[in-house]
Design a binder for this molecule. Structure first.
Ligand SMILES: O=C(O)CCC(=O)C(=O)O
Ligand SMILES: [Fe+2]
Length: 235
């Protein structure tokens, strides 16, 4: 295994604040926050996000998720109609972590992506990669995620890989082709760490970490994630 990769995913509790979360994020590129979503909110968010999958609002952007489904909306577009989801991704502590992560002009939790994956769903995120543009994600499981139901998988500590590989492009604000962000050393492709957890588990993810969404072998996975990025990369 590459010297920067670790097999441990830091897990923080409800008393840990934005400073602890940021420090763990900086070191590992990922933080697991079990039970960060209160159960009443979780039920509401699940209902709101299932509603988007079943009957997508006109303003949503359809993402290519093969036989599954994925939609992107601006958080602002959810504010009136999907209040609990919009409120969840507007929390002060998330803003504080994002503030420290970017340290300058950024769009906070600008987009929200809702994805329904099932057995045999094939899409771009199945292959190991880091993201094309620097971003920070809050990724909430809305169904129970086991090794069989498509966990987010990654190599903790590898967020430095994408940052180094993209230095020249980022200086010029050139967005790489997807194939470029899949050029990885072999030891950072095999056996990534699966992040499992019950519905309500929240992950904080540096998009430069090497990751993939594992295939679903049974059942389905429903998840919602928000995305913050430097204003220079605003779509
Ligand atoms: O669906 C997943 O678990 C991975 C998605 C992904 O690649 C991302 O959020 O950048
Ligand atoms: Fe990704």
């Amino acid at each position: 295994m590459n010297s920067t990769a670790e097999s441990r995913v830091p897990e923080l509790g409800s008393s840990d604040g934005s400073d602890d979360i940021y420090e763990a994020l900086r070191r590992y590129g990922i933080v697991k926050l079990p039970g960060r979503c209160a159960s009443a909110d979780l039920a509401e968010i699940r209902a709101e996000c299932s509603g988007v999958i079943e009957s997508p609002p006109a303003e949503s952007v359809i993402l290519d998720y093969g036989s599954g489904a994925g939609y992107r909306l601006l958080r602002a577009q959810l504010a009136a109609s999907h209040k609990t989801t919009a409120k969840f991704f507007g929390q002060r502590w998330m803003r504080d972590v994002t503030d420290r992560f970017f340290g300058r002009d950024y769009a906070f939790n600008n987009d929200v992506i809702i994805v329904y994956d099932k057995v045999d769903t094939e899409h771009f995120a199945r292959a190991p990669h880091y993201d094309k543009t620097p971003n920070l994600k809050f990724f909430l499981y809305l169904s129970d995620v086991t090794e069989e139901t498509g966990p987010f998988t990654c190599f903790p500590g590898t967020q430095t890989f994408g940052k180094q590989a993209q230095v020249a492009n980022r200086e010029r604000k050139r967005i790489p082709e997807p194939s470029e962000t899949r050029l990885l050393p072999p030891e950072l492709v095999e056996h990534p760490v699966p992040i499992i957890g019950p519905a309500g588990t929240l992950l904080v993810i540096d998009g430069d970490i090497i990751h993939r969404g594992a295939p679903i072998r049974r059942g389905h996975r429903l998840a919602v994630r928000s995305r913050s990025y430097l204003s220079a990369y605003a779509p």
